[in-house]
Design a protein around this ligand. Structure first.
Ligand code: SF4
Length: 344
């Protein structure tokens, strides 16, 4: 659809979408086409896998009945603003609602605009007190948005408060910045992170085209500082929904020194149906990956139950189908539904 993606169209879609448009020059430079006049399919979705993740398109204005603004049911497990305590031994902190790029498939896309700034000091103090009151918590996921949109000094102050709440607590830093803005991983940041071990870095990466020389260099800086790096990938229609693409991605990550950790089935976030792969096809792709990849290269395939039921591993949790939905059994034995969706 040449010409559709001019600045006016972008602006019009952005103003009607829950999520603003934002992309770094670096990210746009990874694409094989210019974002202003890129090729799109019949529904207006960019064909380039880098641009499709970041340019608004019309299908995201449509919301299906099974979709919601809180697809993981985080509100059900939220004892304080920005804090989620769903699993006994770990808590999750949405430290910032800002990101270097806004991914159109983001499952927190409805939430990010409401939590724009970095977590303030009173909110950090609340988290510190929560950790004191909950000694069973061994790990804190510092997530967002992207926490690395905050300055190194602000992040350091947050980490100090978390450790004041519980000495030696494992910090899991969840970020897409090494992929979307690798220059953010400067030596000052790496040195600061290294002072807060035990620390694990979990990056979000979806396509082999996201692995650039600068990305590799900055990942090596983290690894050389003794900071282990793992990856999370979302299965995305038209972007990485083939065994060939995912095989290349996971094998390449291992060569860089990153452990592929999770491959996620798409969450039922409002306006993201055009990105989701039907679960039946996702299971077939994963079966093929199991044949092709070694145990080191193969991440776990998982889905978050839409009703706040938590993370389920695939295919292990599948117990059957009913009325067009997959039935999934949680480790606690409860049964949850995930719809089988049609291909567009
Ligand atoms: S970087 Fe992460 S939090 Fe930010 S929009 Fe992308 S997926 Fe969502």
């Amino acid at each position: 659809m040449p010409g559709e993606d001019d600045a006016a169209t972008l602006h019009s879609l952005e103003s009607r979408s829950a999520l603003p448009f934002a992309a770094t020059r670096y990210w746009l430079g990874l694409a094989g086409e210019n974002y202003r006049n890129c090729r799109r399919d019949a529904r207006g979705i960019p064909l380039d896998p880098i641009l499709a993740q970041v340019l608004p398109s019309r299908p995201e204005l449509e919301s299906l009945p099974q979709e919601t603004g809180d697809p993981l049911g985080e509100k059900l497990h939220s004892p304080a603003p920005r804090l989620v305590h769903q699993y006994r031994s770990r808590i999750l902190l949405r430290a910032s609602g800002e990101c270097p790029i806004y991914c159109r498939h983001c499952f927190r896309r409805s939430l990010l605009p409401q939590e724009r700034g970095f977590i303030d000091v009173p909110e950090q103090e609340e988290v510190r007190r929560y950790l004191v009151a909950h000694p069973e918590v061994r790990e804190v996921l510092v997530s967002g948005g992207d926490p690395l949109t905050a300055s190194t000094r602000k992040l350091e102050a947050l980490f100090k408060r978390l450790r004041a709440g519980k000495e030696g607590i494992l910090i899991r830093l969840c970020t897409r910045a090494p992929v979307t803005l690798p220059a953010r991983i400067d030596d000052e940041l790496v040195a600061m992170l290294a002072r807060f071990k035990p620390m694990r870095i979990v990056i979000h990466i979806n396509h082999p085209a996201e692995i650039s020389p600068l990305f590799v260099e900055r990942i090596e800086a983290l690894l050389c500082a003794g900071l282990p790096v793992r990856s999370q990938t979302v299965l995305l229609r038209g972007i990485n929904d083939s065994a060939d693409t995912l095989e290349e991605l996971f094998a390449s990550l291992v060569r860089v020194g990153i452990d592929p950790y999770y491959l996620f089935q798409g969450d039922l976030a409002a306006g993201t149906a055009h990105f989701r792969v039907p679960l039946s096809r996702g299971l077939r792709i994963y079966e093929e990956l199991r044949r092709r990849l070694s145990g080191i290269e193969l991440p776990r395939y998982a889905v978050d139950a839409p009703d706040g039921g938590g993370k389920m591993y695939l295919p292990e949790s599948v117990t059957g189908t009913k009325d067009g939905s997959w039935l999934l059994r949680s480790p606690e034995g409860s049964i949850h539904r995930y719809p089988e969706e049609k291909e567009f």
